[in-house]
Design a protein around this ligand. Structure first.
Ligand code: G3P
Ligand code: CA
Length: 231
């Protein structure tokens, strides 16, 4: 079972910052998950569309310039990084799951992935583009079928993982609260990986491991790995 650092190692450092990325790398996570919104021609690594929860700023990402965004405090003196800064920091040392939050993020994400493969020691198969916006994933597959996509769901769909198969997804990324063994089996039969968020508790790790899920998103990747190994 792969351990994916959720918003970086966000239990150890402010989420989606370079400090959280560093902690995830120290934890030897298999992959790091981050969230992106667009500002101008840049993708900013931040979970919320509005600034007030995670920074000392106000307003929306899209109506704030990159320069203004990077002057804000994202916690413990950290800045909101751009996607490119995160890619440069990881430099191909682990896989990267980019969760597309805004509807206008896809083309910039494709371009950033290509750039990272030329400049930062990544290969294309190290990336997973995920989103709750399945239209965006559909468009990604139409334009760049070689890039892996992860279909996020926050509910238990009536058709189990059929929707993800229709999207030609690599994985179905599910909420731990709604997953069950039948859905895991159904997804696997359809050739999909199953990644589950957000999982930090030992009991959950044990159950998901028994169900045969392929990966978990954890805020504490080092601890999660130890708990998963001890099972
Ligand atoms: O990608 C898994 C998980 O991060 C999705 O939910 O709200 O944490 O972005 P959220
Ligand atoms: Ca996310």
């Amino acid at each position: 079972m792969k351990i994916i650092a959720h918003r970086g190692a966000s239990g150890l450092a402010p989420e989606n910052t370079l400090k959280a990325i560093d902690q995830a790398l120290i934890s030897e996570a298999c992959a790091i998950e981050i969230d992106v919104y667009r500002s101008g021609d840049s993708l900013m690594v931040i979970h919320d569309r509005w600034l007030h929860r995670r920074t000392n700023g106000t307003g929306q990402i899209k109506s704030t310039s990159v320069q203004q965004l990077q002057a804000l405090d994202a916690g413990e003196g950290e800045r909101i990084p751009t996607l490119e800064q995160v890619m440069e920091r990881i430099n191909g040392r682990c896989d990267l799951n980019i969760e597309l939050k805004g509807p206008d993020t896809l083309m910039l994400a494709h371009a950033a992935i290509d750039y990272a493969c030329r400049h930062y020691n990544f290969s294309h198969d190290q990336f997973l583009l995920s989103s709750f916006n399945h239209q965006l994933l559909n468009e990604s597959y139409r334009l760049r079928p070689e890039l892996k996509i992860g279909a996020l769901t926050s509910c238990l769909p009536l058709d189990l993982a059929y929707f993800a198969q229709q999207l030609n997804a690599y994985s179905v990324n599910c909420d731990v609260d709604f997953l069950n063994q039948a859905m895991v089996d159904d997804a696997h039969q359809r050739g999909l990986k199953v990644f589950v968020y957000t999982v930090d508790e030992e009991e959950d790790i044990e159950l998901l491991s028994q169900w045969g899920v392929d990966g978990i998103f954890s805020n504490f990747p080092c601890q999660a790995r130890k708990k998963a190994r001890s099972k």
